[in-house]
Design a protein around this ligand. Structure first.
Ligand SMILES: Nc1ncnc2c1ncn2[C@@H]1O[C@H](COP(=O)(O)OP(=O)(O)OP(=O)(O)O)[C@@H](O)[C@H]1O
Ligand code: SF4
Ligand SMILES: [Mg+2]
Length: 362
């Protein structure tokens, strides 16, 4: 029998509550053209689940891929830092980063059947993932894969290890992917819509599995999802993404029950699936701006129902709002409304003097 203790020992695991992932000013885009992800800041503590939510195209998957340094060709990291368990990793060579990828920060994708190799048994694929980071004998490797299959709830693991991906259901295939992602016992799991392709019952099982792994081994999870009921069930904190920027961050309770940013408020309104008198479901009017284009002012300005009510719409149109804590709630939002009186007054003055300068220029 394999000595589990050997595998469970990991160099310098952070204490519970200590940060395992710290991202500052991350900007990702096409060099010389523009940014897709702009000035992204987030921290995840050991054992914490941070949900990243936002509408389609807002940059959630690009964020995940950037943190794993798996961007599509033509896209580069333009600025910022990423610390994994205290170590800055964005400046590392590809070879050195490979020591972190999988071992300390792992990723789970949306469609398990697309990610699994159809020509290889699922047992061999998990063994391969394990092999990259742990040098075990063939017998130890077999035992470890068996243990991982049991751990993620795959019944008859000895038999299932010999199956090919097409012989498994979506839920079982996603369990295989989780086994592969967790094989080297990473500190952080980035899960990009891990349940979207699964039916509702299986979705709940996979979420329970991730939640159990978090509680048992203090795994930290960055969970990307569209589904606010998933957020409510599993996340400790939430970051809301709009047009390549995080526009609000706070505890799950704060964000879902007392959102500060008009975009978050609209997103939650959409999730309630309320119909108006004509029977039409509420949808946020308009579209987000083109990500690679130069954007002046607040990115949500053209869709925002609050800017005019506030009385200083010119500030929203001309100045990008900073991320500030609102009402001492611990919840931060990128919106002028709700910022302190001093910050608002300063923005209004800047806008007025800009206007006067322009008139003088004429
Ligand atoms: N290879 C690429 N080159 C240029 N832009 C890209 C490339 N891949 C993605 N993008 C742009 O990056 C933006 C963010 O895409 P991303 O896939 O991160 O969105 P998302 O929030 O994950 O959306 P969804 O919820 O639909 O998965 C998109 O607007 C897309 O146009
Ligand atoms: S800064 Fe202005 S436009 Fe942007 S979300 Fe706040 S109120 Fe709306
Ligand atoms: Mg995506």
């Amino acid at each position: 029998m394999l000595a589990n203790q050997t595998l469970l020992q990991h160099p310098s695991r952070p204490e519970v509550g200590a940060p395992v992932l710290e991202v500052e000013h991350l900007t990702v885009g096409v060099p010389g053209v523009g940014a897709i992800i702009n000035d992204l800041n987030l921290t995840i503590q050991r054992g914490e689940v941070l949900a990243l939510v936002g509408e389609s195209g807002s940059g959630k998957s690009m964020t995940a891929r950037s943190l794993m340094r798996l961007m599509p060709s033509g896209i580069s990291i333009l600025d910022g830092t990423e610390r994994v368990c205290g170590d800055e990793v964005l400046s590392l060579s590809e070879n050195k980063f490979n020591e972190y990828r999988g071992a300390r920060i792992a990723m789970l994708f949306q469609q398990p059947h697309v990610m699994l190799d159809p020509t290889c048994t699922v047992g061999a694929q998990v063994a391969e993932a394990l092999h990259v980071h742990r040098h075990l004998s063939a017998e130890e490797e077999h035992e470890r894969v068996l243990q991982l299959f049991r751990d993620v709830g795959i019944p008859e693991p000895e038999e299932r290890m010999k199956c090919y991906p097409h012989q498994m259901s979506g839920g079982m295939a996603q369990r295989v992917m989780i086994a592969a992602a967790l094989s080297a016992e990473p500190d952080i799991l980035i899960a990009d819509e891990p349940t979207t392709a699964l039916d509702v019952t299986v979705q709940a099982q996979i979420l329970q599995l991730l939640d159990r792994k978090r509680r048992e081994s203090n795994l930290s999870i960055l969970l990307i999802t569209h589904d606010l009921s998933v957020v409510s069930a599993i996340a400790d904190r939430v970051a809301v993404m709009y047009s390549g920027e995080i526009v609000e961050q706070g505890t799950t309770q704060e964000i879902l029950h007392s959102p500060k940013h008009p975009y978050t408020q609209s997103l939650i309104h959409c999730s309630l699936l309320e119909a108006d008198e004509s029977g039409a479901l509420y949808a946020i009017p308009g579209n987000p701006p083109e990500l690679l284009s130069e954007i002046e002012g607040c990115r949500f300005r053209s869709r925002c129902p609050v800017a005019e009510q506030w009385g200083h719409p010119e500030v929203c149109s001309r100045l990008a709002p900073p991320m500030v804590e609102h009402d001492g709630s611990g919840c931060c939002a990128r919106c002028w409304v709700g910022a302190s009186d001093d910050i608002q007054a300063q923005a209004i003055r800047t806008c007025q003097s800009d206007k006067e300068d322009r008139h003088d220029g004429c």
